[in-house]
Design a binder for this molecule. Structure first.
Ligand code: CP3
Length: 349
């Protein structure tokens, strides 16, 4: 095994770290005034994500303030449906809007015709971030590439946007499992291709976001979360056998155990509902864990933040551990609270 210099990569490879590595989901974004400044000039979110100079700059913004152990490329999980030909826009204040695909005919229209062309700015941005990190002296910050898991991306594709309960998607999976399987298969192939290209462009670790994994019963979890994730991991490993892959099956509860055992994932992202004591006993012996401060606790700050962060550190730092949140940073989070959390993690609060 290659000996890693970076603490984040060390933890993913189960090597001893000099300090607790950390990064935060959605660490680039609306809570940072410098991001809002750029967004005013840029137009919309997608214009920023598909402009490789801008995406690289936004990826570096939080690193300059907080010196995380990892940067995550500024993009979105919905660029895959977009690259497969589904109409996508981000309506300010409303989130993503897509033209829903709800039957075999609509699913069959998705294709790879413009796939590489649409996604090439993401690959360019990754290589720009790698050189940017080096040029600015952040030699200890690794770069993460990512995609959404097939289940979660399918939820947005079938609903045509966000939803509380993803009823149309779950209905399609039960009523026409063959059509739904076709959509999932397409997402397995496209996501694997996308992740492989991200590693080629400079990503040193990958994360698979399955934000809506918690919406499924145990049998469906096995079929629509575990199986497709395992297939993506197998495909990526055929090309990049040593790339560490973090899985984040949000709100999976006890299913985190089967996910860790069956997908072949290198590390587990934990949402805030997972008790860290339970995780230390039941998950950390299987794989390194990452998590899991409630983003609303970070938004709140004060003593609550210190107590919660220290409990996570106490419970998980005897094993392989990366500090993170249980979900993305909330847009109203004061950057001072993030600075305070960084001090706590670095042990000089
Ligand atoms: O973590 C990072 O800093 C990297 C960038 C990143 C974004 N989205 C940027 C973004 C990542 C990793 C994502 C993943 C993502 N996108 C997920 C999985 C994680 C999660 O949050 O559950 C999901 C479900 C999406 C889909 C998505 N993108 C939604 C539902 C929304 C609207 C809601 C919201 O938070 O605004 C987005 C938009 C989005 N993606 C923004 C950012 C910074 C906000 C864009 C803006 O208005 O400036």
């Amino acid at each position: 095994m290659v000996y890693q210099k970076n603490n984040f990569l060390k933890a993913l490879n189960k090597q001893k770290t000099d300090h607790i590595p950390f990064w935060f989901m959605r660490q680039a974004g609306r809570y940072l005034p410098e991001y809002m400044e750029l967004r005013k000039k840029a137009g919309g979110f997608l214009d920023m994500a598909y402009n490789s100079d801008m995406a690289a700059e936004i990826t570096l913004q939080p690193i300059r303030r907080f010196e995380m152990d990892a940067a995550i490329i500024f993009s979105d999980i919905l660029v895959i449906p977009h690259a497969l030909g589904q109409h996508l826009e981000f309506v300010q204040g409303e989130g993503p809007k897509l033209d829903p695909v709800r039957n075999l005919e609509e699913i069959s229209k998705l294709n790879f015709d413009n796939f590489d062309k649409v996604l090439s700015p993401v690959y360019e941005a990754l290589s720009k971030v790698r050189s940017g990190l080096k040029a600015e002296g952040y030699n200890k910050t690794a770069l993460i590439g990512f995609c959404g898991a097939p289940w979660t991306v399918a939820c947005y594709m079938v609903e045509g946007g966000g939803s509380k309960d993803f009823i149309n998607t779950r209905k399609l999976a039960f009523s026409d499992p063959k059509a739904f399987q076709k959509l999932i298969d397409l997402l397995v192939d496209s996501s694997a291709k996308y992740l492989i290209n991200q590693v080629n462009a400079g990503a040193q670790a990958l994360q698979i976001f399955d934000s809506w994994a918690g919406a499924l019963d145990a049998q469906s979890f096995s079929k629509w979360v575990i199986e497709p994730t395992k297939r993506i991991i197998d495909l990526v490993r055929e090309v990049h056998p040593d790339i560490p892959i973090i899985g984040f099956p949000r709100c999976a509860g006890a299913n985190y155990i089967s996910y860790a055992n069956e997908t072949g994932i290198n590390a587990l992202g934990l949402d805030q509902s997972v008790d860290t004591n339970w995780a230390a006993q039941n998950l950390q012996p299987l794989v390194p864990v990452q998590g899991n401060l409630d983003p609303i606790c970070l938004l709140t700050g004060g003593d609550a933040l210190k107590i919660a962060a220290e409990k996570i550190i106490t419970d998980l730092s005897d094993g392989d551990f990366i500090f993170n949140l249980g979900h993305g940073i909330h847009k109203d989070t004061p950057p001072e609270n993030v600075a305070k959390l960084v001090k706590i993690i670095r042990g000089n609060s």
